[in-house]
Design a protein around this ligand. Structure first.
Ligand SMILES: [Ca+2]
Ligand SMILES: [Ca+2]
Length: 687
């Protein structure tokens, strides 16, 4: 009898051990631009997020969780690689992520995990390291969005936050192998700009007035960089695209800025069904009428814009919260609860009117802090609020690998916070964090800066076309309104922080600021420069900047000849080929010819199918020296600039002929299927 009991209990103990050894599943839920102020578990009074709050009750909430570069694509690249932006290559939103580099999903996958990403990817390349992927192209749409499922692009009717969750639950229930541990990246588009709520929430907050933050009418005194930003709710939101007050019939946009807002608004409006539009009209129509009648000005207008902005933002979060609840319910119901790590975070923080702003980017608290909640019943205690330990998005990759029982690669710069989650913070855990933001000049005009934050202080250096230091005493000035860098009382603090900042820059290998400065205009000398171009097929008159711009030598230091603005120097050809001859004036030895093209599929512009290069001495008989096929994916969601180039020619000729073959019509998966496709060229370089 006694022996039997013993045997049974031994068995059950080893049974538990066996269970505990099973690698945990990971559900990594991330929203886009969700500030911690809009999560009730963080003490925010703006809204209620009962489902996200469940993670706080059942797990750990981090108050000191930060991003290393507060902008969408860079934050995602940091999370995937565990490396700072300068090492993973995505320093700003314009960069393409190198999807062949080491990421935590591909390490997990190589070690027996099933991996999936569903929702927003935003890294301008195909996802790699995933058994299954179904992602939004670029930023994606709120209503009836396109998804790219394993390379197949299709439009899906519905609301984006619901759809992403539907696909995630479908994968969990039906598409994975239940024998293997899994890692699911469930990444929402919401509540990213332009904050379009689901129909069911369009009337929520109608009867409430959300208090304007104390710093809403900030004058930016003592902070030079803040004076020139362009991210104020009052001055830099689009009335139509952002605030849903469309132009009245016959109303003319006056500035290029307003025209851009109208175009963006029209494209989102066109995606909606008649039924969806009717619901929107019902919700916004009467309020917009009242707004037009009121003819608000100055501070009253700014406050009205704040109300419209914040309510739509919160309505988007209502959908996120509801859908987090659906995922938690599923995990709890299906027996996956115990052994699944659930993380909720956002790619960075966001301004909800603090300093008058929307958007992110700054080292200041609202954009630096990220929400972070983690539930893992098998190992992590519940109801813990961690107010002390500073964790970074840099730490996510090492933490997931650590939980999976895998070695963290030496070259990852983050550190596993698994011990912190289990209540055993290492004594040598970091006391300061390093930050670096690069995207300038660009949208919102937030100047380049890097800095350090400790528990009490924050020191930042703004550089490039400014040279300003800022120091904030977060204990005395939590809203960061008083830059005390030049206050003699803080001289010693400045000295210490500068030394610590330098130490961190060396530790992370980020000491070369010059290396990442933006490309500048320059002139490229080449043999066709300023020579005569004769079109055999002329460009479309709407995109004809003159044949001379094709060989004007105007370029940028990053190797491009025009930027993604269509009106810069591009020659556009609609529905047909480009064919032209350049007369070099006299016979010359030619080594290299290249022709640069743009692809921007949302503008119906594709790479040529092939480009053919020919040479001639007399301009009559041409000899083909090469034909290059296109090597760029037609499904690249973001703009691509690419050169078709032939090197090592070594022939003499006076005439160069270039023929670029247009695919003629947009492909079947494209919204413009069957319509005329464009090719855009600038520039043709002969060396
Ligand atoms: Ca974001
Ligand atoms: Ca040019």
């Amino acid at each position: 009898m006694g022996q039997g009991l013993l045997a049974t209990s031994l068995l059950s103990i080893s049974g538990i051990r066996c269970l505990a050894k099973k690698p945990p599943n990971i559900v990594f839920i991330m929203s886009d631009d969700h500030g911690f102020q809009a999560i009730s578990a963080y003490g925010g009074k703006l809204n209620q997020t009962p489902n996200i709050d469940r993670l706080a009750k059942e797990g750990v909430l981090f108050e000191q969780s930060f991003v290393t570069n507060s902008i969408c694509a860079p934050s995602r690249a940091v999370m995937l690689t565990g490396k700072y932006s300068h090492l993973n290559g995505v320093i700003d939103n314009s960069k393409v992520f190198d999807n062949q580099q080491q990421t935590f999903p591909n390490i997990l996958r190589a070690n027996g995990y099933q991996t999936a990403i569903i929702g927003k990817w935003h890294l301008k390349c195909e996802p790699t390291g995933f058994d299954y992927w179904n992602v939004l192209p670029g930023q994606g749409n709120y209503y009836n969005p396109d998804f790219i499922e394993m390379g197949q692009r299709k439009r899906v009717d519905g609301y984006v936050t619901d759809l992403i969750t539907d696909f995630a639950l479908d994968w969990l229930q039906n598409k994975r192998d239940p024998q293997k541990p899994f890692c699911l990246l469930l990444h929402h588009k919401a509540p990213h700009r332009n904050w379009m709520p689901n129909i069911k929430y369009l009337h929520k907050y109608d009867d409430v007035e959300i208090p304007v933050p104390d710093t809403f009418f900030d004058d930016y005194s003592t902070r030079e960089a803040a004076k020139t930003q362009e991210m104020e709710i009052a001055r830099h939101t689009f009335l139509d695209y952002d605030l849903k007050v469309p132009d009245m019939p016959g109303q003319q946009d006056e500035t290029e800025w307003e025209k851009m807002g109208s175009r963006m608004w029209q494209s989102t409006w066109r995606r909606m069904s008649d039924e969806q539009r009717a619901a929107w009209q019902k919700a916004y129509g009467p309020k917009n009428e009242a707004f037009r009648r009121a003819k608000l000005k100055g501070k009253e207008l700014a406050k009205w814009k704040f109300q419209r902005y914040i309510k739509d933002y919160l309505r988007c979060i209502d959908s996120v919260d509801e859908n987090v609840g659906r995922v938690l319910d599923y995990l709890d119901r299906s027996g996956l609860r115990e052994n699944t790590i659930v993380v909720y975070t956002s790619d960075q923080g966001f301004y909800l009117g603090e300093h008058g702003w929307f958007d992110k980017r700054w080292i200041y608290e609202p954009s630096l802090r990220m929400p972070l909640l983690v539930r893992y019943p098998a190992e992590v205690p519940s109801g813990v609020r961690n107010t002390e330990d500073m964790v970074l998005n840099l730490d996510f990759a090492p933490t997931f690998l650590d939980f999976a029982g895998l070695k963290v690669p030496e070259d990852m710069q983050g550190r596993s916070f698994r011990p912190i989650l289990t209540g055993k913070t290492p004594t040598d855990w970091r006391k300061a964090i390093y930050y670096h933001y690069y995207e300038y000049p660009a949208w919102h005009m937030v100047k380049r800066h890097y800095g350090i934050r400790t528990k009490r202080y924050k020191l930042a250096h703004f550089y490039y076309d400014i040279d300003e230091w800022e120091l904030f005493d977060l204990q005395k000035d939590p809203e960061e309104l008083h830059n005390v860098y030049n206050d003699p009382a803080y001289a010693e603090v400045v000295k210490e922080l500068k030394a610590e900042l330098e130490k961190l820059r060396v530790q992370y290998g980020d000491t070369n600021l010059q290396k990442y400065l933006p490309s500048k205009p320059q002139m490229v000398r080449h043999k066709a420069q300023g020579k005569k171009v004769r079109y055999l097929i002329p460009p479309d008159s709407r995109y004809d900047t003159g044949a001379a711009t094709l060989v004007d030598g105007f370029a940028f230091t990053d190797g491009t000849y025009s930027n993604i603005n269509l009106k810069t120097g591009w020659q556009g050809f609609e529905g047909g080929n480009m064919e032209l001859v350049i007369d070099l004036g006299k016979e010359q030895l030619i080594e290299t010819i290249s022709a640069q093209f743009l692809q921007q599929i949302e503008s119906w512009i594709f790479m040529p199918v092939a480009v053919k290069f020919s040479l001639s001495g007399n301009g009559q008989q041409f000899t083909v020296i090469g034909q290059l096929p296109n090597s760029i994916s037609e499904r690249a969601a973001e703009s691509v600039i690419h050169s078709f180039r032939i090197n090592g020619i070594g022939q003499s000729a006076r005439f160069v002929k270039i023929k670029a073959k247009n695919r003629k019509t947009c492909p079947s998966w494209h919204p413009g299927a069957g319509g005329k496709a464009w090719i855009f060229c600038d520039e043709i370089v002969v060396l």
